[in-house]
Design a protein around this ligand. Structure first.
Ligand SMILES: [Zn+2]
Length: 152
């Protein structure tokens, strides 16, 4: 998969989701709506954690690998769900800036499998979706769902 289709705000790789390009021209200030992505947990991360080649983005919690910087312009690749929140100055729910960023893996852990990551993770999320049927008639389509989740 091409990395350009990933989102710099949520770091998500979503199949079939439209990706928008937010282009910042070299001589123009970025939109104020990006300020919602500013790092609020300054004590948790080193000072240089959120420094970018384009200094206008410094301090924003963005995935460095999902933006493109050159002399003429900077392009942020943003998924459709995240792009829907920004013009309204709302924090995208899956944004790294929404206290979901936990840092980088050390170099020696870069090639871990998914299960190895789960075993040694400081934080893991578990979500279970259950359906609650209100009738014993299987032809009834009325049901409700509930999500039970926790973070360890
Ligand atoms: Zn996104």
């Amino acid at each position: 998969m091409d990395d350009a289709t990933c989102c710099c705000i949520c770091s998500g790789r979503q199949h079939g989701v439209e990706v928008h390009n937010i282009v910042l021209n070299a001589n123009k200030e970025p939109s104020d709506c990006l300020s919602i992505l500013r790092n609020e947990d300054e004590a948790l991360f080193p000072d240089d954690e959120f420094l970018f080649a384009d200094p206008r983005l410094n301090g924003l919690v963005l995935d460095l690998d999902r933006l493109q910087v050159n002399a003429e312009q900077t392009t942020l690749y943003v998924c459709h769900p995240c792009n829907g929140y920004l013009p309204r100055f709302l924090m995208p729910c899956y944004a790294l800036a929404n206290r979901l960023y936990r840092g980088h893996f050390p170099e020696e852990f870069q090639d871990l499998t998914w299960i190895e990551e789960r075993v040694c993770a400081k934080f893991t999320n578990t979500a279970v979706v259950t359906r609650h049927y209100q009738s014993s008639d299987s032809s009834q389509s009325t049901c409700s769902t509930a999500i039970h989740a926790h973070t360890r």
